[in-house]
Ligand binder design. Structure first.
Ligand SMILES: Nc1ncnc2c1ncn2[C@@H]1O[C@H](COP(=O)(O)OP(=O)(O)OP(=O)(O)O)[C@@H](O)[C@H]1O
Length: 300
């Protein structure tokens, strides 16, 4: 488990992290979302032990991470713009990672490079931005560490590659001790991969919750209720966050348990109703409203 307690970090008077406390449990995919400048990269660099926090503690599996090799051996960090040696070919980076990470899976890396059509003999400098990212994601996965910290990793990957990386992540989480921690400014990138999401805003975590828990308490339903009086009654009975109406068809985003919501709708004798899937963005709109923020001010 990764545990941050009261972590603060400033740069020349700029408070990048402000008393952040968070727990990242093993075996989940943890997303950190926030706008540009929210402090995501700083948080990851403090977690990786690259930066020393001004105050607070960062512990990985009960070990302080800063300047502590046994703790750092458990993680691999892929920065937003990964570094590589001038003229390095993919296979040179493979050799380098193998020295750094004792558990590096060489054969797996070669196999994955084949699947992603990344030539081991090609110089990284000749790759596109997205291809370089692919190489480093694969290096990170094959490093064999318990934790993989990814800064804007899915940004710049095409949809097919993104799906492929997501399924490798899920596979790894299921088959070994592996916990990816992904920072992104884009909620849509976190969709269908994260189990838990923390929202970072101005250096502080506004909230941090399991997606499943959030999904239990907010629903999107569309229905047709022909009787306008009953339709009005329903609007008053339910805790509606958002409502769109087109002709007789209404679509609501509503707080509460699914059973209560469907019972309330059924009592109004609808012509038809159905529960629709909710996007992460819609869930976040509700969650941030509860704590008094407007999501549009937080996520671009
Ligand atoms: N090395 C540094 N020197 C000075 N200020 C810094 C440094 N690194 C980060 N900051 C400041 O700390 C704040 C948080 O920056 P950080 O890079 O952590 O944000 P971020 O959420 O990763 O943003 P982005 O999405 O743009 O990458 C910003 O105000 C930034 O200007």
């Amino acid at each position: 488990m990764i545990e941050m307690t009261g972590v603060s970090k400033s740069f020349d008077g700029i408070r990048a992290l402000d008393n952040v406390s968070a727990q990242i449990r093993e075996g989940s995919v943890y997303g950190i979302v926030g706008t540009n400048g929210a402090g995501k990269s700083t948080l990851l660099r403090v977690l990786a032990g690259i930066l020393k926090a001004d105050s607070g503690s960062v512990r990985i599996d009960d070990m302080e991470v800063f300047e502590n090799v046994p703790a750092k051996e458990r993680l691999c960090f892929i920065p937003d713009t990964p570094h590589y040696f001038t003229n390095a070919r993919v296979k040179d980076m493979l050799d380098y990672y193998e020295i750094i990470y004792p558990g590096f899976q060489r054969a797996r890396f070669k196999d994955l490079c084949g699947k992603f059509e990344l030539d081991l003999n090609r110089k990284l400098s000749t790759f596109s931005k997205g291809m370089k990212k692919q190489v480093f994601v694969l290096l990170g996965i094959c490093a064999g560490t318990r934790y993989l910290l990814c800064d804007e990793t899915f940004d710049g990957l095409d949809p097919v590659v993104r799906q492929a990386v997501k399924s490798i992540f899920i596979d790894e989480v299921m088959n070994r001790q592996f916990t990816p921690i992904i920072a992104s400014h884009n909620l849509r990138e976190m969709e269908d991969i994260c189990d838990h999401v923390g929202l970072l805003h101005k250096g502080g975590i506004l909230f941090s919750r399991d997606l499943e828990d959030m999904k239990m308490d907010i629903h999107k339903v569309q229905y047709v209720i022909m009787n306008p009086v009953k339709e009005q009654e329903l609007s008053e009975e339910l805790d509606i966050i958002k409502k769109d109406t087109r002709g007789n068809l209404s679509c609501i985003t509503v707080r509460g348990s699914q059973e209560k919501i469907t019972a309330a709708i059924e009592a109004k004798e609808p012509l038809f109703y159905e529960i629709l899937p909710l996007s992460l963005e819609e869930i976040f709109i509700s969650e941030t409203e509860v704590i008094g923020y407007d999501i549009k001010d937080i996520i671009g």
